[in-house]
Design a protein around this ligand. Sequence first.
Ligand SMILES: Cc1cc2nc3c(=O)[nH]c(=O)nc-3n(C[C@H](O)[C@H](O)[C@H](O)COP(=O)(O)OP(=O)(O)OC[C@H]3O[C@@H](n4cnc5c(N)ncnc54)[C@H](O)[C@@H]3O)c2cc1C
Length: 336
Amino acid sequence: MKKIETDVLIIGAGPVGLFSVFELGQLGMKSCVIDTLDIVGGQCSSLYPEKPIYDIPAFPEISAEKLIQNLTLQIKPFKPDLILGEMVEKIKYDDDCYETTTSKNSVIKSKCIVIAAGNGAFGPNKPPICNIEEYEEKSIFYHIKDKNKFKNKKIAIAGGGDSAVDWAIELSDKAEKIYFIHRREKLRAAPSSVQKLYKIAKNNNLEIIVPYQIDSITGNNGKLDSLIVKDLDGAKKDLNVDYFLPFFGLSSNLGPIKDWELQIEKNLLEVDQSTCQTSKNGIFAIGDICTYPGKLKLILTGFSEAAIAAHSCYKRIFPDKVLHFEYSTTSGVKSL
Ligand SMILES: Cc1cc2nc3c(=O)[nH]c(=O)nc-3n(C[C@H](O)[C@H](O)[C@H](O)COP(=O)(O)OP(=O)(O)OC[C@H]3O[C@@H](n4cnc5c(N)ncnc54)[C@H](O)[C@@H]3O)c2cc1C
C-alpha cells in the first residue's frame, strides 16, 4: 500500500505507457506508472517477448523484449514511481486533482491521468480452486521470478502451452520432482519442446500426468500439502507438492475503467486525436486503448500519441506557462 503524489498517473506499463514517462519527463512532469502485471512491457513482454518487430522506426529488427529493455533505459533519468502487481480500480476527482485507488489500496494523487491500458488489465487465467487466493504468491505462482526457489522442491506444473512445457524443462534439473499435468493427451507447445519434455520424463524426475484436470488443494496458511487432480472419469490422484505453477495463459479485461463514465466505443476509449483527451478533462488515453477516426493499433502510433498527450498534460498542469517547443537535439535528455 503506497501513497504517492505526482503530476501524471500513467495506467499501464506497456510500451506506450513507458514512452509516456519520457515525453512527460522531457516537459518537466513527474509520473507514476501502474500495471496489474508484475513485469513492465504489456503485450510485448507477456505475449511475444522473443518475436522480432520490424516496424519500429530506425530499428530494422528488434525483439519485443529488447524494445522494452531500451524503453526502460530511456525513461531511467525521469525516475518514475513504478507500482507493479496492482490494478487501478477507482478514481475520484477532488480539488483540481485525481485520486486513484488500486486493488492493494495504494492511493495516487495526480493532476492528470494518462490511460495506456492496451486491451485492459492483463491477469493470469486461474484454475478453478475455491480458496486459491490464500496460496497465491506463497506456494502458487503464475509467474516465475526466481528459479532458485524451486531447487530440490516438489512442483506441479499445469498447462499445455509453451510456458508450461518450457518451465517444466527449465526446472527439471533443479527440482526434486515435477508433476506435469494437462487436461488433454496432446500438448499445444512447440513440437520440439514437447519431444524434449517426454525425453526428460523417460529418464528423470519428471512425471507427465495426462489427461487430468485440477480438482482441489490441501494445505495450511498458504503452504501447500497436496494438489489433487482427477481424470476424465473422476478418479483422483493426490500429489504431494511444495509448489503449484499453473500456466493457463493471460486474459485481458477493461474491468474498472468501464465504470469511470468515459465515452466508450466497442471497448475502446474515444479521444480527440489532437489532444488525446477522453470525454473527461484531464484524463487522456493513448496506445491500443484509444480510438479516433483512422486509429492504427501500432506501437509507433502509440508513441506519437504519448507525445501529444504529454503536451496536453503540460497545458493543463501549467496553464499560465508558455511551452517553448524544443527538439531533444537542443534540450538534451532532461532528468527529474
Ligand atoms: C503477437 C503480437 C505481435 C505484435 N506485433 C506488433 C508489431 O510487429 N508492430 C507493432 O507496432 N505492434 C505489434 N503488436 C501490437 C502491440 O504489441 C500493441 O500495439 C502494443 O503493445 C500496445 O501498447 P500499449 O502500451 O498501448 O498496451 P499494452 O502493451 O497492451 O499494455 C497495456 C498494459 O496496461 C495494463 N493495464 C490495463 N488496465 C489496467 C488497470 N486498470 N490497472 C493497471 N494496469 C492496467 C495491462 O496489464 C498491460 O500491461 C503485436 C501484438 C501481438 C499480440
